[in-house]
Design a binder for this molecule. Structure first.
Ligand code: SF4
Length: 159
């Protein structure tokens, strides 16, 4: 978007893609899929100290039909994998996924037959957050990176 004129004659020109992406990136509705300790760290992210509402992502939803940003936090076992996929499928488009922490991103230190070795085997991941657990600043950084990604997406991409 570009401001094309002064305040004495205010008007702007932009593309529909840019305008919609701008609205989308500042109105993310998170769905926490927390299974372990990383989920506790997420409580700090949405608390007043870190204040994720500065980024327009404070409306935590517990229904996939009302959310567009899935945050997977913690160990995902093979038995949970179909449930995670079902939750993802229930979210309307457009939707994005953040994998928070070592366990969600790679299985962490649970390198065994019962644990999914990275949720990208189950759902497409947009942003990975390193750490065990990641600090709230890292999660906020991930939201910021996701916003940048969204601002380059087009309405046609969102199906
Ligand atoms: S990455 Fe670390 S803090 Fe997060 S769920 Fe796994 S063990 Fe817990």
């Amino acid at each position: 978007m570009g401001l094309e004129n002064s305040f004495s004659n205010p008007w702007i020109t932009t593309k529909v893609d840019s305008l919609v992406a701008w609205g989308r990136k500042y109105a993310l509705w998170p769905l926490p899929f927390g299974t372990a300790c990383c989920a506790v760290e997420f409580m700090g992210v949405v608390g007043p100290r870190y204040d994720i509402s500065r980024f327009g992502a404070e409306l935590v939803r517990f229904s996939p039909r009302q959310a567009d940003m899935l945050l997977v936090m913690g160990t995902i076992t093979q038995k949970m994998a179909p449930i995670l996929r079902q939750v993802y499928d229930q979210m309307p488009n457009p939707k994005w996924v953040i994998s928070m922490g070592a366990c969600a991103s790679s299985g962490g230190f649970y390198d065994n037959y019962s644990v999914v070795q990275g949720i990208d085997e189950i759902v497409p991941v947009d942003i990975y957050v390193a750490g065990c657990p990641p600090r709230p600043e890292n999660v906020i950084g991930a939201v910021y990176k996701l916003q940048n990604k969204i601002s380059h997406e087009k309405v046609a991409d969102w199906g």
